[in-house]
Design a protein around this ligand. Structure first.
Ligand SMILES: [Fe+2]
Length: 305
């Protein structure tokens, strides 16, 4: 199915420079280096990524349906994936990643939500809490279909790990440098597009909205003091703390504190994400203060870069 890539390589010593650091800074810790004896294939290149994109597109097509509501939900996730790929490419460019890592980053973006399609087919929702962990399901889809069979084992590991962990509350400890890099990248690239999807959703009428996006939270004027308190502490908000849709909007604002890269913060500022989210929150002093706090946080971090 896929083109075999022929050339001797030592994946752990690529020539790339990341954010002014040499590639040595990004290699695994000495004790953790895994030597692969794969002399018959090379790191992921544009052709290989195009093959994976073709697989993804074919896979999505198997979920297409004449039911308008279902198709809207499937299309939403397909478009989300493509936008996350764009965000990922922008972050990779800003980090000056080498070619192999840039392609790998985009492959992670391409597959991060592949589990959404079988999730929707079976449960008709995108809420993991009432269905299945879509990240773990996505990893299973990739493994069971041997989608990554033409990639280096090291690349397969990195993609599967980033897909599996992209939705965890906090980045786990103990990951090697590349695993951490791709996980942080996908978490940023994903958030950047979830803000787009959510802002669109909040401003649409009930009839226009994709049905599987909602969280079933009451859309009232109220919000929870504990959620605002998390924001003031620059902490992420737990889903269990949510009582209203406003709480969820505040939770999404708090994602700003979890962004890892300067390019992501710049995109947030360019797209006016904070201001647009703020316009959908109640007109109250404590909300305005919280929004100002988040905006100042972004400005402060951008000044540091
Ligand atoms: Fe996801």
């Amino acid at each position: 199915m896929l083109i075999t890539r022929v050339r001797n390589i030592l994946y752990h010593n690529p020539d790339g420079v990341v954010n002014g650091r040499t590639s040595a800074d990004l290699s695994l810790d000495a004790g953790m280096v895994i030597q692969y004896n794969e002399t018959d294939i090379t790191p992921m290149d544009r052709q290989e990524l195009d093959n994976l994109k073709q697989w993804f597109s074919d896979y999505c097509r198997t979920f297409h349906t004449s039911n308008a509501e279902d198709q809207q939900n499937i299309t939403l996730k397909q478009e989300h994936t493509l936008r996350v790929c764009d965000n990922m490419a922008e972050i990779a460019r800003d980090l000056s990643l080498d070619e192999g890592r840039s392609m790998l980053a985009e492959a992670v973006a391409l597959f991060h939500d592949v589990g959404r399609f079988p999730q929707y087919l079976k449960y008709h929702t995108f809420r993991d809490s009432v269905s299945v962990n879509h990240a773990a399901l996505g990893a299973r889809v990739l493994i069971e279909n041997n989608v990554l069979g033409n990639a280096l084992k090291r690349e397969q590991d990195l993609i599967i790990r980033a897909v599996t962990l992209h939705n965890v509350f906090a980045v786990p400890e103990g990951l090697d440098r590349d695993a951490l890099l791709f996980l942080k990248m996908i978490r940023d690239a994903d958030k950047l597009d979830i803000w787009r999807v959510s802002l669109e959703y909040y401003t649409q009428s009930e009839a226009e909205r994709a049905s599987a996006v909602g969280l079933d939270l009451p859309d009232t004027d109220s919000y929870s003091p504990e959620v605002l308190e998390s924001l003031r502490r620059t902490e992420m908000v737990q889903m269990s703390a949510l009582k209203t849709l406003n709480d969820f909007k505040l939770l999404q604002l708090a994602w700003i504190f979890d962004l890892n890269f300067a390019s992501s913060l710049r995109i947030v500022a360019e797209r006016r994400t904070i201001e647009r989210m703020a316009a959908l929150l109640p007109d109250a002093d404590e909300i305005r203060n919280a929004v100002d706090f988040v905006r100042d946080y972004v400005a402060g971090r951008l000044r540091e870069t």
